[in-house]
Write a protein that binds this ligand. Structure first.
Ligand code: BGC
Length: 854
């Protein structure tokens, strides 16, 4: 048996949904794959790809190579199916089953205008419609549509697909992403047809779009705010070959409807009394001509990122009454999404309110203060007649919540009619982790749930309060974790482009991308920009994104060098942020989250060094030898300056000698190896003497775990993870956490009190990369390391990583007096397994190692 798996085009995995089979036109298309084989030590000896489609017929022929990648150079037809056939031959000469699939070039030259409401009212949902007639048999049709902030499309009264919150959030003044529907012909019928588009405010206009009084001097109105607008192009190709185009223009009509108003933070109001029954079906009258609008200025690009979809519906776990006519629902899980309510028969004007919160007050009511100005309330107003919905689910908002309060449905309402619909970008893969310690396994589950709740076109900091930003400081460690748990193939390139969109001529990126909060230039700890490139390269083998963004990466580091005095970066904002509060300064910024023990400029300079190293690696990968040399030299200079300024060799002490300073230096590899035992000993001594009250923040807590494990203090790392008292993940669990918190304290104040914050979830990296020891050592997992660590009190651990080459599985157990290690190596890859003091080279297949337990 030889069968292809995890096939990707341009590093985006092809899945069932058509939305995962779209690519952007470029000079080439790259195909990568894994394979399932029943032989061991098997690898590819040759491969062949064929493409066929409108005017396209290409055959690579059998190419003799071990590399599981082929590239087609040339143009691809737009919008129509491109059939892909792949086949490989292994080293024993066996040919694989034929792999066939269909993908689409989603790009088109944009010719349509923008339209919107003739009478613009902030917060009001805009309904747009256009009728047209089909009078001949249709061969194919493609719709391209972009509504900013969000769109929901209908054809002849039916919703287009199950995607939510389309299209992807970007800085609309730089880029707009349109959704491509290549199979639109299936929605058409002979005679009159109608396309309807509801356009919501999304990130085009919400209450962050204006200055928030008191929100802090760094916060600013966003550049891409404006009137919600819509643009679309429909191409219909008839049998016989004639093609017709339909564009958004003054012939479209606009009006209002039941989904009356929306705000991504505040929630949505659905008022059945405003229903425009049949508005997206042919024959409806009652709307007025739409207004043509000025474009937002962004370059039109197809949305290639997987859409936000419904992940799961959560039933009510328990409920209790609060006051008259109100009930609180507990879904048992903190998540991002909306409620779905099967409505009973209602009276005219009857008003139902859904409020959301992640935590409760002591009396069982919703604790909403941490949401700050986000109202997170959805409202339904009944018409009491046939216009009422049978099922109500808000469309243009989402909330971060575990609890909800329903008002207005009366005491007798059956709460089983309500479910929580979890929504996030479709990045699921089959990775998994578990171990013999129930708490640690649970921490992993929290980390994954927290990631999920923060994947909405960008990777946000939190889903609930008036923020939801792509904070790039948090992401520097988070982006090392994400690729183990989720498919980053299309997400990371999108995030890199979002950051490039924020850059100034001098290379300065911004703290958040798109830019809403924080500063420009960003905090220098935002190496996430380059880390996203590095992870795309190592986890997927994506060199294209490195080539595309190399100059932008380099420009950011050059900007930091400009902001340096003799290679010491001279500014920083957050540094190693939000450590346990006893290690924070009482600086008011960010609710006292600045480190009192680790200077920001030290962190800034360390990341400047890290960037230089990454740039040197990227340049070498791209064959840019002079750049590779230049950045290696720059790394040497930054390191020399940093060590000169801050390192005390007699004490093996870096900067203040705080836990963060020591572990960051060791993690970066700038402390001489000979000094490492003394350097890490300082950290151990401090932890042991303080009952493991660590002082690291959002970045260095992760490094603390890595460094302790690497330099002989694995038991300290394990103690930190299994601890149950403050400060620890165990303490969060003791306090009912189902997602990871922003701070280690159980706070009551609203300042920084998110209970769904991925930055500390970056610890999940350690489970895969240390506890199970899986780390790619060559791009795209062609070679990887399996170097697990075995804490004394842990009896077993297991991880599965669903890589581009197929699944890597590692499982270890201590039983019957022995330590056992099982490793599954995907076809065509090699693992270097470190076990019991030896390193074994393992080809594909299943491997068993054992050693006596000491
Ligand atoms: C965000 C954090 C971020 C910080 C930087 C907070 O509001 O939620 O995740 O690191 O701002 O100031």
């Amino acid at each position: 048996m030889l069968q292809l798996t995890n096939v990707s085009v341009n590093y985006g995995r092809l899945k069932e949904s058509v939305r995962t089979r779209l690519i952007e036109a470029g000079a080439s298309a790259t195909f990568t794959w894994g394979a399932l084989s029943d032989r061991s030590d098997a690898y590819q000896s040759a491969c062949r790809a064929r493409l066929s489609g409108d005017g396209l017929a290409w055959d690579s022929g059998w190419v003799e190579q071990r590399v599981q990648e082929l590239r087609y150079e040339g143009a691809l037809p737009e919008g129509t199916p491109i059939a892909l056939t792949l086949q490989i031959r292994d080293d024993a000469g066996e040919e694989s089953e034929l792999y066939t699939n269909v993908f689409y070039n989603a790009s088109v030259k944009w010719k349509a205008g923008w339209i919107g409401a003739a009478e613009d009212e902030p917060g009001r949902t805009v309904y747009l419609r256009r009728e047209f007639s089909i009078d001949r048999p249709v061969a194919s049709a493609t719709l391209y549509a972009c509504g900013i902030g969000y769109q929901k499309l209908y054809v002849n009264g039916e919703a287009m697909d199950g995607a939510a919150l389309d299209p992807a959030t970007v800085d609309y003044s730089r880029t707009c992403q349109y959704v491509t529907y290549p199979d639109f012909a299936a929605h058409l019928k002979p005679g009159a047809n109608c396309i309807g588009a509801m356009v919501g405010e999304g990130w085009r206009r919400n209450h962050l779009a204006k200055e928030q009084p008191g929100a802090g001097e760094l916060n600013r109105p966003f550049a891409y705010a404006g009137q919600p607008a819509f643009t679309a192009m429909l191409r219909v190709t008839y049998v016989g070959g004639d093609t017709e185009w339909l564009y958004t223009d003054g012939q479209w009509q606009w009006g209002r409807g039941a989904h009356f108003s929306n705000d991504i933070f505040n929630g949505e109001t659905c008022d059945a009394n405003h229903a425009s029954v049949g508005w997206s079906r042919p024959g409806f009258t009652g709307f007025a001509p739409a207004k043509t609008l000025k474009a937002s200025g962004g370059r039109m690009r197809p949305m290639i990122l997987n859409p936000v979809i419904e992940h799961k519906r959560w039933p009510v776990l328990s409920s209790w009454p609060v006051g008259e006519n109100s009930v609180v629902l507990d879904f048992g899980q903190n998540l991002a999404g909306v409620l779905r309510v099967e409505l009973p028969k209602l009276n005219k004007g009857q008003t139902i309110r859904l409020s959301h919160a992640e935590e409760l007050n002591e009396d069982g009511t919703l604790f909403t203060e941490p949401l700050r100005s986000a109202q997170a309330t959805d409202t339904y107003i009944a018409s009491g007649d046939g216009r009422d919905l049978s099922v109500w689910q808000p469309i243009f908002t989402y909330h971060g919540f575990r609890y909800a309060r329903i008002d207005g449905l009366g005491a007798g309402f059956d709460v089983r009619r309500v479910t929580a619909v979890e929504l996030h970008t479709d990045l699921e893969i089959r990775s998994a982790f578990r171990c013999g310690d129930a708490q640690v396994t649970k921490i992993h589950e929290l980390c994954v749930a927290t990631e999920r709740a923060n994947q909405h076109h960008i990777l946000t900091d939190c889903p609930q309060r008036d923020e939801r930003q792509g904070w790039m400081n948090d992401a520097t460690v988070r982006f090392e974790e994400t690729p183990y748990n989720f498919d980053i193939g299309r997400m990371f390139p999108k995030l890199i482009r979002d950051i490039v969109d924020t850059q100034n001529a001098d290379g300065a990126m911004t703290c958040t991308a798109p830019f809403v909060f924080g500063g420009q230039p960003a905090d220098p700890v935002c190496s996430s920009f380059l880390v996203a490139g590095m992870q795309s390269y190592m986890h997927l083998g994506n060199k294209d994104i490195l080539a595309e963004a190399f100059d932008a990466f380099a420009a950011w580091e050059n900007c930091l060098l400009q902001h340096s005095d003799d290679y010491i970066v001279n500014y920083g904002y957050y540094g190693d942020w939000a450590s346990p509060s006893y290690a924070c300064s009482d600086d008011a910024m960010g609710d006292g989250a600045k480190s009192a023990v680790t200077p920001e400029v030290f962190m800034s300079t360390g990341y400047s060094y890290h960037n230089c190293r990454m740039l040197s690696t990227f340049a070498a990968a791209l064959g840019r030898d002079a750049d590779a040399k230049h950045w290696a030299e720059m790394a040497g200079k930054v390191r020399a300056a940093l060590m000169d300024k801050w390192y005390d060799p007699a004490e093996a002490k870096l900067c203040t000698g705080s836990q963060a300073c020591q572990v960051f230096g060791l993690w970066l590899g700038i402390i001489p190896e000979a000094d490492a035992p003394r350097a890490v000993r300082r950290v151990h001594d401090e932890l042991a003497a303080s009952d493991y009250r660590f002082t690291t923040g959002n970045l260095c807590t992760r490094y603390l775990m890595d460094v302790l494990s690497r330099y002989g203090y694995l038991e300290d790392a394990w103690t930190l993870l299994t601890k149950q008292t403050y400060p620890s993940y165990g303490f969060m669990l003791q306090q009912e956490a189902t997602t990871v918190w922003e701070r280690f304290e159980l706070k009551k104040n609203p300042g920084m009190n998110s209970h769904n914050h991925p930055m500390y979830g970056a610890v999940d990296y350690w489970f895969y990369a240390y506890l199970c020891g899986i780390r790619p050592t060559k791009p795209g997992y062609e070679e990887f390391e399996v170097a697990p660590v075995f804490p004394e009190k842990l009896m077993s651990a297991q991880a599965v990583v669903d890589t581009v080459r197929g699944e890597i599985a590692v499982r270890w157990t201590k039983r019957y007096g022995k330590l056992h290690l099982h490793v599954t190596v995907p076809f065509g890859t090699t693992a270097k397994v470190s076990f019991a003091g030896e390193t074994h080279t393992a080809g594909s297949g299943f491997h068993v190692f054992s050693a006596p337990l000491e």
